[in-house]
Design a protein around this ligand. Structure first.
Ligand code: IMP
Length: 198
């Protein structure tokens, strides 16, 4: 089965293909279906709303089964920030600066109080009446300093089992990550849907 990914984020596209291809889903990028510069204003207040907005726009433009991921990092000591605004935190600054700014915000916070989680919501549109929504959450802590050179975004400052996401190999990250969990749930629900509609 083919699904169009409603994202211009190359790092997310890479993870989508890495996780979904072995499970029998071909991920197409916006460019694969002739859509360039896909960018939709994320005007929702929740991950679920923003995922729906992006998937609906891609389904409208492509007319093909489409899905979107909206995700972010929620830090308890910052009352859930940056949350849905993770991509727009210190907008315009390089990711390295964003990571250092988060660490600065947490400089007086002890390890016990540095709990955080990555959240991913997937909204998948199969037809004008069939949608699948899933969520994945990965619990961890914010590190004291960035480490590792894999992954993207906030991976260097997010600790999972004592190691930063950026220090894990891709299989380890996918097994643990919010995105891996949400996408595997999507595949399960797709199987149910296709079984029922055979
Ligand atoms: P959005 O879903 O397009 O709003 O962007 C989500 C933002 O959250 C990304 O730009 C990253 O900054 C961050 N993010 C989401 N997932 C991950 C991840 O797996 N690792 C690191 N950062 C992530």
């Amino acid at each position: 089965m083919k699904l169009v990914a409603a994202t211009g984020n190359k790092d997310k596209l890479l993870e989508f293909s890495r996780i979904l291809s072995p499970l029998g889903i071909d991920v197409m990028s916006p460019e694969d279906v002739g859509i360039t510069n896909f960018d939709v204003p994320e005007t929702g207040d929740t991950f679920a709303e923003n995922a729906a907005i992006k998937a609906q726009e891609m389904f409208r433009l492509s007319g093909l089964p489409s899905f979107a991921d909206d995700s972010g990092l929620c830090i308890d000591a910052l009352n859930g920030r940056p949350g849905v605004y993770s991509a727009r935190y210190l907008d315009g600054f390089p990711q390295e600066k964003k990571n250092l700014a988060i660490l600065k915000e947490l400089e007086n916070i002890t390890h016990e109080n540095r709990n955080a989680r990555f959240i991913c919501n997937i909204y998948c549109i199969l037809s004008s009446v069939d949608t699948i929504i899933t969520e994945g959450i990965c619990e961890g802590k914010i590190a004291n300093a960035p480490s590792g050179d894999g992954g993207f975004g906030y991976d260097p400052i997010f600790l999972y089992g004592g190691k930063s996401f950026a220090s894990l190999n891709s299989a380890e990250k996918d097994q643990a990550s919010h995105r891996g969990t949400a996408l595997r749930k999507l595949v399960e629900k797709l199987k149910e849907f296709l079984g029922e509609n055979r």
